[in-house]
Ligand binder design. Structure first.
Ligand code: HEC
Length: 132
């Protein structure tokens, strides 16, 4: 009789632990996903929109940071520095207003689009336009 009672209480404890473990497991799973997904998604969005803006408005002439019209006026870091363009704001201004024979793209880029695409271009120039 005693062993039988013991067995029942052991089964009860076992079930309780199992249920608690499952809840614990689900909560930690949820937290992990929440933690992993949030910042990554935000970053991806930012990178994406800079890259997309470039693809739609600039890549026609500046494919891979080059320049199909004026070769020497490309978007590589050495060329930018040579021409006194040494920060994202300078690129944003060119994107907005144009420079020399390049016209500006203020309307096409939309609100803050100049900054976003300029930051992206600046980042690519630092990485020598090598895609990861
Ligand atoms: C229709 C072709 C064309 C498009 C589209 C274009 N550019 Fe240009 N870009 C040029 C030309 C041509 C020059 C050289 C202008 C000059 O000095 O006369 C230039 C120059 C530049 C320069 C200066 C580079 C240097 O080394 O001096 C930057 C920065 C630049 N463009 C950024 C952009 C960005 C950002 C976009 C997209 C919003 C863009 N361009 C779209 C043709 C284009």
């Amino acid at each position: 009789m005693k062993t039988f009672q013991k067995l029942i209480s052991i089964t009860k404890i076992y079930k309780l632990i199992k249920r608690k473990l499952r809840v614990f497991f689900l909560i930690s799973l949820f937290c992990t996903f929440f933690y992993l997904s949030l910042p990554k998604d935000l970053n991806a969005l930012e990178v994406n929109s800079g890259g997309n803006l470039f693809k739609h408005n600039c890549a026609g002439c500046h494919m891979n940071g080059g320049n199909i019209i004026r070769r020497s006026k490309n978007l590589k870091i050495s060329s930018l520095k040579r021409n006194g363009i040494d920060n994202p704001e300078a690129i944003a201004k060119i994107a907005r207003q144009g420079i020399g024979i390049m016209s500006g793209y203020e309307d096409e880029l939309g609100e803050n689009g100049d900054q976003i695409v300029a930051n992206w271009v600046w980042e690519q120039a630092q990485k020598a336009w090598v895609q990861e």
